[in-house]
Write a protein that binds this ligand. Structure first.
Ligand SMILES: [Zn+2]
Length: 362
């Protein structure tokens, strides 16, 4: 079988596992990948976090090499009907369709085929639960021995363009409590909406004052607001969720403190997701060499400094202390869309890129 046939076949096999998260159910897909990596000389450790929720750490060789990071869960199919079967891996022209084809079973398949074509030291971390806030990566960093590595490639969708980082995500839940009463006697209650209102007004005009030369500005979005059960009651609970995107140079503690200073005393704050930004200085030696390799093998002339999504590297990079490149065959505009696809030439190209980086990083 040619490498091209192999990566197409493996991507289609991975797509056939329904790993939509929630609920996830990645365990069978994780074990399938472990068997494929064992044929390439990897020692595989499947870690069962919860029933049907597993991650994989696979290691080949005694010296630290390239570590590949990927996730096996996908987002749901969405409300719109698909025009192709989302688990069948249908091929039309140079597109391979399916939920997770770009994000990111195509990248995982390309790395496994590259691993089978090489013999140098390397390691693989495949997680569950990435789409709901890097749950699998969090469980791994809290409880498991991560593999030694020289550097990490995260196989998320970049059209095979090297990417140096991404913003952090800090999602906060702001709540105010009140006391309910009949709507005709508001003086007998305490209104949770009224309690939230001054905070909401201040946050509406606020953006965090931090910027990074390459990553751009930190941002704040007010995402959801809910309160009250009906018009004729005094609401006793109000909930506002806030999506902060951070850049290197500002801690999430500092961001939270700045936001807290804008909140009234009756508003309490709780984190929902707390994922720091990822950044590798492009002049770092491994990164610079890897970048040159990728640019020499693709139609890209330059690296891209940052992408808009977050990845497991938010948790894995601080735990492992390695340079990270985000590099994968998925198309940047494909994650989470209806009729998601990956371009087959990018899949085949990714096998060559990952093979070169495995050999060069050992
Ligand atoms: Zn992804």
């Amino acid at each position: 079988m040619t490498q091209s046939d192999a990566v197409i076949a493996l991507t289609r096999q991975l797509l056939a596992f329904d790993t939509i998260n929630p609920p996830g159910q990645e365990a069978a897909c994780v074990r399938f990948c472990a068997r494929a990596l064992e044929t390439a000389g990897f020692t595989c450790q499947v870690i069962d976090h919860l029933p049907e929720r597993s991650s994989l750490i696979a290691v080949r060789g005694a010296t630290p090499g390239l570590c590949f990071s990927g996730h096996l869960d996908t987002v749901p199919l969405g409300q719109m009907a698909w025009s192709c079967a989302p688990f069948d891996g249908e091929i039309t022209d140079d597109r391979l369709y399916g939920r997770g084809s770009s994000d990111m079973k195509g990248g995982v398949a390309a790395f496994i085929v590259a691993a089978q074509a090489t013999t140098a030291s390397a390691s693989v971390i495949l997680t569950c639960g990435e789409e709901t806030g890097c749950d699998g990566a969090r469980w791994l960093t809290e409880n498991s021995a991560l593999p030694p590595a020289r550097a990490m490639v995260v196989g998320e969708s970049t059209d095979n363009q090297p990417v140096a980082g991404h913003k952090g995500a800090l999602w906060l839940e702001l709540t105010s409590q009140g006391v309910t009463a009949h709507g005709a006697t508001p003086d007998l209650g305490r209104n949770a909406i009224t309690a939230m209102a001054p905070t909401l007004a201040r946050l509406a005009g606020w953006q965090p004052d931090y910027a990074h030369a390459d990553m751009g500005r930190a941002t704040c979005n007010l995402g959801t607001l809910s309160a009250g059960i009906n018009t004729n009651s005094v609401p006793d609970h109000c909930r506002l969720t806030v999506d902060l995107r951070s850049v290197v140079g500002v801690s999430h503690e500092a961001l939270t403190a700045e936001l807290r200073a804008l909140c009234g005393a009756e508003v309490s704050i709780k984190p929902i997701i707390d994922l720091p930004p990822v950044w590798t200085d492009p002049s770092e030696r491994w990164f610079r060499d890897a970048c040159q390799t990728v640019i020499g093998m693709t139609d890209h002339n330059t690296l891209r400094s940052s992408v808009n999504y977050f990845t497991d590297a938010s948790l894995l990079q601080p735990a492992m202390g390695v340079p990270v490149m985000i590099l994968g065959p998925g198309q940047v505009d494909q994650p989470h869309v209806t009729d998601e696809y990956v371009r087959i030439p990018r899949l085949v190209e990714a096998v060559a890129l990952y093979s070169s980086l495995i050999e060069a990083s050992a």
